[in-house]
Design a protein. Structure first.
Length: 115
């Protein structure tokens, strides 16, 4: 009886950990590149946890590049620590259909699928 209880408890703890909520929200929207005045896709990541470090953003399993550098300085935007309500916006560097965005954080990887 005691052994069954331990096994059930361990299984419950493993399953509960898989229900962790994402520390960020991921949005995809169309915008206009201010430098070249042409349409582009933007990925906006907003912290919904008290603190989240964004380590990487991957579009379409790495098949589409994302601009991760500041235009003026050329420095990388990532990694970037965001606090609750803060956002970072990155640009998708090619005209394509975005089907998947993966955000790598200090609290795990989070994926958003689009149709």
């Amino acid at each position: 009886m005691h052994k069954k209880f331990i096994i059930t408890l361990v299984l419950f703890l493993f399953s509960a950990s898989s229900f962790a909520s994402a520390p960020v929200s991921i949005s995809l929207y169309k915008g206009v590149n201010p430098n070249y005045n042409f349409p582009e896709l933007k990925v906006k990541i907003t912290a919904i946890a008290d603190k989240a470090e964004i380590k990487d953003v991957i579009v379409n399993r790495g098949n589409r590049r994302v601009d991760k550098k500041y235009a003026i300085t050329g420095r990388s935007m990532l990694p970037k620590t965001l606090h609750y309500g803060e956002s970072i916006t990155l640009f998708v560097l090619s005209s394509c259909s975005v089907l998947q965005i993966d955000v790598v954080t200090d609290q795990g990887n989070w994926t958003m699928h689009y149709q």
